[in-house]
Each structure stands twice: as C-alpha cells, then as structure tokens.
Design a protein around this ligand. Structure first.
Ligand SMILES: Cc1cc2nc3c(=O)[nH]c(=O)nc-3n(C[C@H](O)[C@H](O)[C@H](O)COP(=O)(O)OP(=O)(O)OC[C@H]3O[C@@H](n4cnc5c(N)ncnc54)[C@H](O)[C@@H]3O)c2cc1C
Length: 303
C-alpha cells in the first residue's frame, strides 16, 4: 500500500482521503486552510451540478455523488439529509443537461407569476460545518492525519500526491486557468422552511438547514474579494424574498463569501513527476460537494 499526501482539506481532499484510507493506504492531508476555513465550508450545499465542466464527466461524477450523499443522509451525524425543492425558470426549457444523474424531476404544473417553467426534485442537502467535522473524524478514525501547512510547491516524500488544492492549483500546479467565481451568501434565522428554492437566472437560492437558512447568491467571475458587500447582501435578500415570501422580516445572522475554484474543465488526471505520481483533482467550480464522491472514487482508482 502506498504513502499518499493529499493537498487540500476541502470537500474534494477530504473525500479523496477517506476513499484512499478505506483502501488501506497511509494518508496524510496537508492544507493551508483547515476544513472549516475552506471554500467548501461556504457551500449551501445542495446536490446540484453547477458551473463545472465538461458536462458528460460532471454528470457521471454527480451521479456517484448523489448515491453516496443520499446514503449519508440516512446518518444524522453527517449533517446530510434528503430535501425536496423547486427550481423555477423564467422561460420554458427542456430537461437540464444533468437530468438522469440522480433525482427524479417533476415539472411544475402552474409556476408562480413571472415564471413560466420549473421542476421539483428531492436531493441531498449537506450542512457543511457538521459534514466537514464528520469527514475529519472519519479520516482520523481510519488512521489518517490532517495538518495545517502552506505549501509553495507540491510535496515530496510520498509515493503519490493528490492535488486537491482548489484555487491553490494556480500556484501548486502553475495552472492559471483556475479562476475564482465569487459567491456571497447570508444566513437568516430558520422561519420554519423545509424546502429549498432556486432561481438560476439571477442565481437566487434559499436552502434551509436545521437552525438557519442559507440565502444566496452571486457568481462573479474573476473576483477575489472575500469581504461581504452590504449592497450585494441587500440585493440577494430582496431577490430571495421575492422567490420565497416566507423570508420577509427574517433576522439576518451573518454573511459569508466563498471563492469557487472554477476551470474550463475539472482537472482529474495523473502526472508523473520523477518517481512521484501526482493525481490532480481540482477546478470543481460550483459543484465540488455534488461531485466529491464521484471524483474521490476515480482518484482512488488512479492511485
Ligand atoms: C457560496 C457558495 C455556495 C456553494 N454551493 C454549492 C452547492 O450548493 N453545492 C455544491 O456542490 N457546491 C457548492 N459550492 C461549490 C463548492 O463549495 C466548491 O466546488 C468546493 O468547495 C470545492 O472544494 P475543493 O475541496 O476542491 O476546494 P476548497 O474547498 O477550496 O479547498 C481547497 C484546499 O486546498 C488548500 N490549499 C490551497 N492552496 C494550498 C497551498 N499552497 N498549500 C496548502 N494547502 C493549500 C486550501 O487551504 C483548502 O484546504 C458553493 C460555493 C460557494 C462559494
């Protein structure tokens, strides 16, 4: 069995580490940001293939992700659960490109005013802080380690390295095609909501959790600013309240910004660097949680 260093402690790196440990490898995770500080911690995190390419591979990884996250939803300690919700569309559309990757889509019979189409489906929703803690514990239980370390280059001293560094691949793989897509969200108090809502046109989403509701969002390409913008927060809340009137008057608890690691195509491939095998796994854009287990399975195979 190999000694593997996984670089990155977001949803991608942690899922890869779990799968590799389950196969009997010795695994150490190194990361500049620990799990709760990563972009992954900002995810809503609804199973939904969004801003990730190419579609055929994303659909396949998302299918595996759906099955695994649906299973984990049966274990309350993971922070996952299955939740019904509705995506509304401003104009009629064919089934989305990812139809068939997991959920069963049911067309909305009578869309609300200003919408003309939409679909309802049940999918996994993951409360990321709980989920990332669960993944961390799983790694430790299986004998792996997680250490904070800011790397200037991919590490040596292991048989194989998994590069799950998200935006960090700009430095660690010299890959300038990885770009941030800024996502700003706010959290409001739970007002009794038990369904998610999505309007992709302005990227407006409302995802309830056990004690709060994630309200988003933005998808600003190439923007590195991680400070929440009050004017953007106000606009998000207005759009979200128009979509889900039950949010009217809900108390705002806090704000957050995450930078999605976007790339023209997810990079999941082997690069042989001397006697080291590097498996790159980054560029998951807006669907890193959705695809995490699908990508982790492929990474484990490549190792
Ligand atoms: C607001 C928002 C909402 C989202 N909603 C969803 C959703 O509903 N569903 C969904 O599937 N996805 C969603 N996403 C997307 C998802 O969060 C990302 O695709 C996912 O987090 C990417 O995970 P990752 O592990 O690849 O990268 P990251 O979470 O960014 O982790 C990268 C890791 O690499 C480490 N690293 C980087 N550089 C170095 C270095 N030099 N040395 C050491 N370590 C390094 C970092 O410290 C970090 O630990 C959302 C994103 C945002 C911002």
């Amino acid at each position: 069995m190999a000694r593997v260093i996984v670089v990155g402690a977001g949803a991608t790196g942690l899922s890869c580490a779990v799968r590799l440990l389950e196969r009997g490898h010795r695994v150490d995770v190194l990361a500049r940001e620990l799990p709760l500080e990563t972009t992954s911690a900002a995810a809503a995190a609804l199973w939904y293939p969004f801003r990730a390419y190419p579609f055929d591979k994303v659909a396949a990884w998302s299918r595996v992700g759906f099955q695994e996250l649906a299973q984990l939803a049966g274990l309350p300690e993971t922070g996952g659960r299955m939740m019904a919700g509705t995506e509304l569309l401003r104009s009629p559309a064919p089934d989305p490109w990812w139809a068939g990757s997991g959920p069963e889509l049911v067309r909305v019979g009578s869309p609300p005013p200003s919408y003309s189409d939409g679909w309802t489906f049940t999918a996994p929703v993951v409360e990321m802080p709980t989920y990332l803690r669960w993944l961390t514990n799983r790694i430790c239980e299986l004998g792996g380690t997680i250490t904070r370390l800011a790397l200037q280059q991919l590490p040596t001293g292991a048989d194989a390295v998994v590069n799950a560094s998200g935006l960090g691949a700009r430095l660690l793989a010299g890959d300038r095609s990885v770009m941030p897509v800024r996502g700003q969200v706010l959290y409001v108090e739970q007002v009794g909501l038990d369904r998610w809502w999505l309007d992709g046109a302005g990227l407006t989403y409302v995802v309830p959790r056990s004690t709060d509701i994630v309200v988003g969002g933005t998808d600003q390409e190439g923007v590195w600013d991680r400070t929440p913008d009050p004017a953007i927060a106000e606009a998000i809340l207005q759009r979200a309240t128009a979509l889900v009137p039950a949010l009217q008057g809900a108390r705002v608890l806090r704000h957050k910004v995450g930078l999605r690691p976007a790339r023209p195509a997810v990079r999941l491939e082997v690069e042989q660097l001397g006697d080291r095998r590097v498996v790159h796994c980054y560029g998951h854009g807006g669907a890193g949680v959705t695809m995490s287990w699908g990508c982790a399975a492929e990474v484990a195979q490549l190792i």
